[in-house]
Write a protein that binds this ligand. Structure first.
Ligand code: PSV
Ligand code: MN
Length: 426
């Protein structure tokens, strides 16, 4: 549907305007002592995984409104990520949720992803739902369950997910548990945590030696009184107990209102324990909205800690697995994902241009006014031409959503897959 020639044609219409804007920004950045080539390389290298469950319409417990042309199979989902990657050059991998997206033929699935230039990121296990033909129910938990047979079933599921991931070339497993309780007294909180640790240790022991385990936390939902892994501290504790290759995963939507997420990020990087990151945005809870739609300044502050921490922290943190984890209820999922990818790169680019040396000096002199000036100077710099230039140099579209609409991609997907095609998964 989209080849390099088509992208070049669409870009041609906007090239002149882009060049004018880029040259002006380049001059500003050079005056600040920045190397524009270095910035462009960093931005070009920044790749984010798209999860296999994000390509169709999401929904709430009140309803779901489909889009036409949703991907019906794993192959079609991979094709959709391929489309986004071609336009944005920033979605270089896909993250599978098992059992929603079990590959029928691993070699074929791998080859299809490779043909789009995509790799397989972390695989995600699912013990928060019961599947058809499943012997024992997760209604009252999985890895924390009071019944050892249910824990064994959940551990075995995670081991199968690792096997599937290995066949595709994944190198990490993300565990998110809905385990918890909805009523006080329902669960012995300490024992539930002990059992969860014991189960996670067994999963960790099964992982190949070059794999990582990411432990995701969430304060509430679907349980409404307690969640076994409710916060970063609990996740960090479990990861530390499991071993060197176990890490915390931060999902932006999994915090109570006004939590200082940048501080969590900074602490985890300091300890070398930040393994994965799920991007989305929210106003009230785990709203799963487009990245940067509500709180772009917070996103920038988080990236500022990430960039500073990755460059200066002595306890070196491994490369982080970045993923979008949003739900697309009213926007075209592909357009929504492209907006998120853009917001992520913009925040990253703004963090890259923060004058860290000046900031450190101002902090040393206890000068909060100057500290704010320095941070907001970067945040208020319009880096869109820089991000566009990075994308253009990688062969992507200057304006991905415009190109998507101009090339009538959604119409073509509907023509191919039908108006009532519904994506599998969440
Ligand atoms: C849970 O809210 C979560 O963030 C986890 O990452 C899941 O795997 C994902 O959403 C999709 O259910
Ligand atoms: Mn998540």
């Amino acid at each position: 549907m989209i080849d390099k020639e088509k992208i070049r044609e669409v870009n041609a219409q906007r090239l002149k305007a882009h060049e004018t804007e880029f040259l002006a920004l380049q001059e500003t950045l050079v005056q600040k002592g920045l190397s524009v080539d270095d910035l462009l390389h960093h931005i070009q290298d920044f790749q984010v995984a798209v999860p296999s469950w994000a390509l169709g319409a999401g929904g709430t417990r009140f309803g779901r409104f489909s889009f036409g042309g949703e991907p019906r199979t794993l192959s079609e989902k991979i094709d959709d990520v391929g489309l986004i990657h071609r336009l944005t050059q920033s979605a270089g991998s896909i993250s599978l949720h098992i059992p929603w997206d079990i590959p029928e033929d691993a070699n074929e699935t791998r080859a299809r992803a490779e043909s789009h230039g995509l790799a397989f990121d972390a695989v995600n296990s699912n013990t928060f739902q019961d599947q058809a033909n499943q012997e024992l129910s997760y209604k009252f938990g999985s890895l924390c369950h009071v019944d050892s047979a249910i824990r064994a079933q959940a551990i075995q599921h995670n081991q199968e997910v690792i096997d599937i991931g290995r066949s595709l070339g994944s190198k990490s497993l993300t565990v998110w548990l809905s385990d918890g309780s909805s009523f006080p007294g329902q669960l012995n909180l300490r024992r539930a945590l002990e059992r969860t640790l014991d189960s996670l240790k067994q999963i960790y022991a099964y992982m190949p030696s070059d794999w990582k385990l990411f432990i995701e936390y969430k304060p509430y939902e679907p349980n409404f009184y307690s969640t076994v892994i409710a916060d970063w501290g609990t996740s960090h504790l479990l990861a530390t107990e499991c071993g060197d290759r176990a890490y915390t995963l931060v999902d932006l939507g999994h915090h109570l209102p006004n939590t200082n997420i940048e501080q969590i990020v900074s602490t985890l990087i300091w300890r070398g324990k930040l393994g994965g990151f799920h991007f989305n945005d929210s106003k009230y809870g785990d709203d799963d909205l487009t990245v940067g739609a509500i709180k772009p300044y917070q996103l920038f502050l988080i990236f500022n800690e990430l960039v500073e921490g990755m460059t200066n922290s002595a306890n070196s943190n491994p490369p982080i697995a970045w993923m979008i984890d949003a739900s697309h209820n009213i926007k075209d999922p592909l357009e929504d994902l492209m907006q998120s990818l853009e917001a992520i790169r913009l925040a990253y680019a703004q963090a890259l241009i923060v004058n860290q040396a000046d900031l450190q000096r101002a902090q040393q002199h206890n000068d909060p006014t100057l500290c704010q000036e320095i941070l907001q100077d970067a945040f208020r710099t319009d880096v869109r031409p820089l991000v566009r230039e990075a994308r253009r140099r990688s062969g992507g579209a200057l304006h991905p959503i415009e190109a998507f609409r101009h090339l009538k991609i959604r119409h073509k997907l509907i023509a191919q897959r039908g108006l009532h095609a519904i994506a599998s998964g969440l």
